[in-house]
Structures are given as structure tokens and as C-alpha cells.
Design a protein around this ligand. Structure first.
Ligand SMILES: [Zn+2]
Ligand SMILES: [Zn+2]
Length: 124
């Protein structure tokens, strides 16, 4: 049979107790994250960061390779540099001007709006 063989994991009272706690704590953490999304307790900080509730409260641990990375802003083409490979699709000023989240480039208030955003009315 093809496939990897992984060493067996020892299961006993201690490991079961620990695994149960880990599972419970993960749920607790998700619940408190959802509460934060609901209550938005660090709103000022979040707005200063130009991040939507999802990116600020839930997707706030960003994994990226430790390597300086540069990327052009998807709106104004300004070259941005980042200390890791976790880059943002747009720069802070474009995010602010267009009411977008700089991390996911979605709407800041997670709303679909019909009217044009500033970047759409510029250069026409
Ligand atoms: Zn920009
Ligand atoms: Zn976002």
C-alpha cells in the first residue's frame, strides 16, 4: 500500500485529558473572537489599522516567511514593503480613501455597496 507511515501516538488518561482541554479552549477562543466581532471593543485601533473586523479580530495571526517582501498596491501601484511574506493587497492610504480593509481588500464594514468608490471615479 502506498502512503506515509506515521508513528503511533500514545493515548492514555493524561493525553486524553490534555486533548479534551485543547479542543475546549479552541472553541472558547473562537467564541471570544466572535464576541469581539460583535462588540468591536478595539474599534479605534482597528480603524487606524485599516482592517475589517474579520482581519482584525479573527485572522490576526499572520503566518509568513521571514523574508522582506515588496508588492505593488493593487490600486495606486505604489510599491509597499513588508518584513515578511505576509503582504497586504493595497496600501493604507488607498484603503482609507476607499473604505476598504488593507489586509483582505474587502469593504471595511463588510457591506456590498452599489455606489462607486473613490478609485472608480478618479481618472475618468
Ligand atoms: Zn495604494
Ligand atoms: Zn479584511
Amino acid at each position: 500500500m502506498l502512503g506515509n507511515k506515521i508513528r503511533k501516538v500514545k493515548v492514555d488518561r493524561v493525553s486524553i485529558y490534555r486533548a479534551t482541554d485543547i479542543a475546549k479552549n479552541r472553541i472558547k477562543k473562537m467564541q471570544s473572537q466572535l464576541e469581539d466581532v460583535e462588540r468591536d471593543p478595539r474599534k479605534n485601533e482597528r480603524l487606524e489599522d485599516c482592517k475589517c473586523k474579520y482581519c482584525f479580530y479573527i485572522h490576526n495571526v499572520r503566518m509568513g516567511g521571514a523574508m522582506f517582501t515588496s508588492q505593488q498596491c493593487g490600486l495606486c501601484n505604489e510599491v509597499m514593503s513588508f518584513p515578511s511574506t505576509a503582504t497586504d493587497p493595497i496600501c493604507s492610504s488607498c484603503a482609507q480613501e476607499n473604505n476598504l480593509c488593507k489586509q483582505c481588500s474587502g469593504d471595511m464594514d463588510m457591506k456590498h455597496i452599489r455606489k462607486n468608490r473613490p478609485y472608480e471615479s478618479n481618472n475618468t
